[in-house]
Design a protein around this ligand. Structure first.
Ligand SMILES: [Mn+2]
Length: 471
């Protein structure tokens, strides 16, 4: 970046997002903003290329290695800004999940640990995203990344307190979400977990009982056929015995080589009393926990397709078919966090980061996570509220530059932009720069085309600023 460009008075989103950064040293805060800006402009690139100069690249490496720099200090300004974005909303989904970052192919990386099997080494990442009911991801509200210790054997694991187990991550995210809820009046969170989050201790924490402070609700896909206080004795048997309340058509998103499709599901729901597991000696409670179960099952799946069969458990009362369907829709929003992981891996290529130490990698991944969130945010806000004025998200010089480029270079017309464009329109043009074709049959632009388009926008804007700089 030239001196001229950094003198520009208009703040871009990075400066706003990191307005209150505090790493204990002003220069480190400034350095962080420089790194985020460069990563945002060229997310696919390796550090030396993204940083655009040898000095900046060296600065980035020093930053990642600095003792004062931690993942929390990098991510906290973003969490605070996310909290501001959450304010004013009523129900917000707090979607948590785990992904493994595999660094086995990088030899001699220090401070990483076992992942998956005995051969693979890497880091474990467990973030929580705040997502609105219309799918807009407002940001990260909790972010944990760690080195896994060698797993204890199955028998010893049973003896452990939940706090000693890796599965505590689900509870930890839930409790952090509860803390945030206290700070945000009028906001209510629903913590969403996949099957791995089917943990009795989490139910206990979230349970609604009298004389207990209202906590965030949970919506979890069950994995275990738990004992229940009903004649059928087990959760699945109990729910199978319920009458089908109705059938609905849902869209199943595309997944690893399997195309997206429409599926008809039958829906059952019921109040359920879950018994405490007997195998765990650390759980003393003998009382059952009251939850609601929503059981969605695909009755006639197409051939060679894994049929949908979701057993959802929630603390939210489900008393009719609409409420049951609503919980299924909320659970399906969990897909957003899978997209977030995809952006981190194929967009930011976090597993290709050439850093020789786990601590440095963690700091770098915290930045990549904010970049990935931003692209996801633009993708969904462009779809959900396309009629917003563009200035809500973009700076004036960005759309001026974009329109000047598209009108004179792409369309070969000297049309001058007279008024501010709408957000949806602007995002579509950005996506076109990234290869989006915008044919009648195409859906709204996807995150990867927006991602590519943003990189192009950066170069267009940089040139525009050079030619229009007044000093
Ligand atoms: Mn998972």
């Amino acid at each position: 970046m030239t001196a001229k460009m950094s003198n520009n008075k208009e703040l871009n989103w990075v400066e706003k997002e990191f307005m209150n950064v505090d790493i204990g040293d002003k220069r480190l805060g400034k350095r962080l903003i420089t790194i985020v800006k460069h990563f945002a402009n060229n997310p696919q690139a390796q550090i030396p290329q993204a940083m655009e100069s040898f000095g900046n690249a060296k600065g980035a490496y020093r930053f990642f290695d600095n003792k004062k720099v931690t993942v929390d200090k990098i991510i906290n300004p973003h969490i605070n800004e996310t909290a501001k974005r959450i304010k004013g909303n009523n129900i917000v989904l707090a979607i948590q999940d785990t992904t493994i970052l595999n660094y086995s192919s990088h030899l001699s990386v220090t401070n990483i640990g076992p992942v998956g099997n005995d051969v693979n080494r890497g880091l474990v990442l467990h973030p929580t995203l705040a997502v609105l009911l219309n799918s807009i991801p407002l940001g990260i509200i909790d972010f944990n990344i760690w080195v896994r210790k060698k797993e204890k054997n199955e028998k010893d694991r049973h003896e452990l307190d939940i706090k000693e187990k890796e599965s505590y991550k689900w509870l930890n995210s839930y409790l952090e979400t509860a803390e945030l809820e206290k700070e945000l009046e009028g906001v209510h969170f629903v913590s969403i977990c996949d099957r791995e989050g089917d943990i009795y201790e989490l139910f206990k924490e979230a349970e609604n009982v009298e004389n207990k402070e209202k906590m965030p609700d949970i919506l979890i896909r069950a994995a275990q056929n738990r004992r229940v206080e009903h004649p059928q004795k087990k959760l699945w048997e109990y729910m199978e015995s319920q009458e089908i309340a109705g059938k609905k058509k849902i869209s199943v998103p595309r997944k690893k080589g399997v195309l997206g499709r429409k599926a008809t599901i039958s829906i059952r729901y019921a109040k359920v009393y879950i018994k405490a597991p007997i195998s765990n000696k650390n759980i003393k409670s003998t009382d059952s926990i009251k939850l609601w179960a929503v059981y969605a099952k695909e009755e006639n799946p197409p051939e060679k397709v894994e049929p949908i069969s979701w057993m959802l458990l929630t603390t939210i009362p489900v008393k009719n078919l609409d409420q049951a369907m609503e919980k299924i829709e909320w659970y399906m929003q969990r897909w957003i966090i899978e997209l977030f992981f995809k952006l981190l891996k194929s967009g930011c290529r976090v597993e290709k980061r050439q850093l020789k130490d786990g601590k440095r990698l963690k700091n770098c991944i915290a930045i990549d996570a904010i970049i990935a969130w931003r692209v996801l945010f633009l993708t969904y806000i462009g779809r959900a509220i396309p009629d917003l004025p563009a200035s809500v998200i973009f700076e004036k010089y960005e759309w001026e530059a974009l329109y000047a480029y598209v009108n004179t270079y792409v369309k070969k017309k000297k049309k001058i932009l007279t008024k501010e464009p709408l957000l949806g329109e602007l995002i579509k043009i950005i996506a076109k720069l990234g290869g989006y074709l915008d044919r009648k049959s195409d859906g709204p632009p996807g995150m990867m085309t927006i991602w590519e388009g943003l990189t192009a926008l950066h170069y267009i804007t940089a040139m525009w600023k050079i030619f229009n700089s007044s000093d």
